[in-house]
Design a protein around this ligand. Sequence first.
Ligand code: NAP
Length: 248
Amino acid sequence: MFRLEGRVALVTGGSRGIGRAISTMLAKAGAEVLVNYAKGEAAARETCDAIIAAGGKAEPVGFDVGVTKAVEDAVAKIAKDKGRLDIVISNAGISIDGLLLRLKEEDLDKVLAVNLKGAIMLAKAAMRPMMRAKFGRIVFVSSVVGEMGNPGQTAYAATKAALLGVTKTLAKEYASRAITVNAITPGFIETDMTASLPEEAKKFMIEATPLGRYGTPADVAAAAMYLSSEEAGFVTGQVLRVNGGLYV
Ligand code: NAP
């Protein structure tokens, strides 16, 4: 079940954390995976080397998701070189946290540029090859924070909530082309992004999570794998919560 042989997938922020787990799982199912990174080329190479060592196909692709021209050029090159782009996992994301009264406009702009504008422009660029192929899978990695809010994360929550509107809109706009568009809203997942949270905050999150543990990147990857599959062809415009019951 869930085989992806012959499929070409782009995973933004595929070098570390959740994106690395998604890249690894899609490759294990047979997809050729383009592992995107912004600054961490070494981590992207490490991810690709591990995939290749396990018998899969992967290559690193460096570009900043927040720079539209870079996104367009990268997607056009993938479509040209590989002849297709079947799956896009829009996973790259940043958070710059702080209470609203301390929020700097430049930080708001940075978070919006990567998490929201970048995700939209990536989807736009990917539509052309997907429409040609009359097949496509787009998965946005949003967050439980976009659904329930979180003090100190105004900018981040704004982008993650907005992605859900984007998901539902694009699902309706491209359903006739057999392109599905879905979102995943992870809860608290153990990655570099959450590593620096104070111990108290981590303890609070576990206590608030009915399943009583952090999520793993693999928990999120399994959801991305399903939404990328042939078998999920009748699922579009949906939000798949991978949050241990934190928000239901
Ligand atoms: P992470 O460990 O901090 O990794 C972030 C990834 O995004 C890295 O591969 C990074 O690459 C890449 N990235 C950052 N800015 C980029 C840019 N401008 N262009 C291209 N790539 C960029 O984060 P994570 O925890 O795995 O999170 C992945 C996604 O899941 C994010 O969208 C995040 O908001 C979401 N999420 C995470 C959690 C959680 O608890 N961890 C919960 C809900 C949602 P470089 O190293 O090259 O910069």
